[in-house]
Design a protein around this ligand. Structure first.
Ligand SMILES: Cc1cc2nc3c(=O)[nH]c(=O)nc-3n(C[C@H](O)[C@H](O)[C@H](O)COP(=O)(O)OP(=O)(O)OC[C@H]3O[C@@H](n4cnc5c(N)ncnc54)[C@H](O)[C@@H]3O)c2cc1C
Length: 259
């Protein structure tokens, strides 16, 4: 059983800062981490008996750090997709590039996080599945059963959960529930720094150049900004009767209710 885990390096912050001049994300000075759901996806893949787990990331040379971390946890192999030709990729170009690498690896199962904490679109997993014409399940909380032909999963829904069975090869995107967070062993960490990370460039992927990077991106970021909170609270004073009167007046004034 060959499993590819797609993982993205993201800034380690909940408070994303925007460069007001360029309207782009400020990445300098912000430490980077493996996208949290991708770590859960990796640990779920590593829990599968006798599986060969391949960690795959597209990013700049620094993204090697999260692949080393994946090796420290026990991934069998790590591949970095890194080339100037990939720069400026939107989600369509990112998914296309990853799908070409996955085609080359030819796995039985592809595991992604549900969503990256920076880009936040949750588009990459489903787009890869569409590009490769594979069955997919999103919001997966549990891998119930896996054999050489099928995977049975439990996926979160708005009102509870669904159980689905997919023919392999298939793609799933996972939530944090899929596995418990664990720590790599000291032995794993030291081994990870000795291992080789393969770097694949555009020419290694048999990809259509027009579908890579900025050329292959049908969307672009016009402007990014941090939303400001402009709502002001209005504190009413008085006893319950007075408060009720003031509130009713306010509702009428705002035409929430009629007089
Ligand atoms: C016009 C445009 C230009 C952009 N230019 C750049 C740029 O120059 N540099 C830049 O860093 N970003 C750039 N981005 C952002 C980049 O396209 C997205 O970060 C990327 O497509 C992933 O989307 P997301 O973060 O919403 O991931 P999601 O769709 O939320 O991610 C879901 C899952 O997909 C997998 N995944 C996502 N991205 C990767 C990846 N790179 N490698 C492996 N697995 C992955 C992970 O498993 C992840 O959990 C650009 C976006 C646009 C629209």
């Amino acid at each position: 059983m060959k499993i590819v885990v797609c993982m993205k390096q993201v800034p380690d912050t909940n408070e994303i800062k925007i460069d007001q001049k360029t309207g782009t994300l400020q990445r300098e000075g912000v430490p980077s981490i493996m996208n949290p759901e991708d770590k859960h996806a990796l640990l779920a893949a590593l829990n599968i008996k006798d599986a060969e787990v391949i960690a795959l990331s597209m990013g700049p040379p620094q993204a090697e750090m999260i692949l080393r971390e994946a090796l420290a946890y026990g991934a069998n192999k790590a591949i970095l997709l890194c080339d100037f030709a990939f720069a400026g990729s939107d989600t369509a170009a990112t998914s296309y590039t990853l799908s070409k690498a996955i085609e080359k690896i030819n796995p039985d199962l592809i595991v992604c996080g549900r969503q990256a904490i920076d880009g936040d679109t949750a588009q990459v997993g489903p787009q890869i599945a569409e590009l490769l014409n594979l069955p997919q399940a999103t919001y997966v909380q549990k891998i119930i059963k896996l054999d050489n032909e099928k995977v049975e999963i439990q996926k979160e829904t708005e009102i509870g959960y669904d159980i689905m069975e997919l023919n392999l090869p298939a793609l799933i995107t996972c939530t944090n529930d899929i596995s418990e967070i664990d720590y790599p062993s000291l032995q794993g960490i030291s081994k990870a720094f000795e291992e080789n990370i393969e770097t694949w460039k555009a020419t290694d992927l048999k990809a259509d150049k027009e579908r890579l990077g900025l050329n292959g991106s049908p969307t672009w970021v016009n402007k990014s900004f941090t939303p400001t909170h402009q709502r002001q609270g209005n504190i009413l004073k008085g006893n319950v009767k007075e408060l009720a009167k003031q509130l009713a007046k306010e509702f009428i004034r705002k035409e929430i209710v009629k007089e």
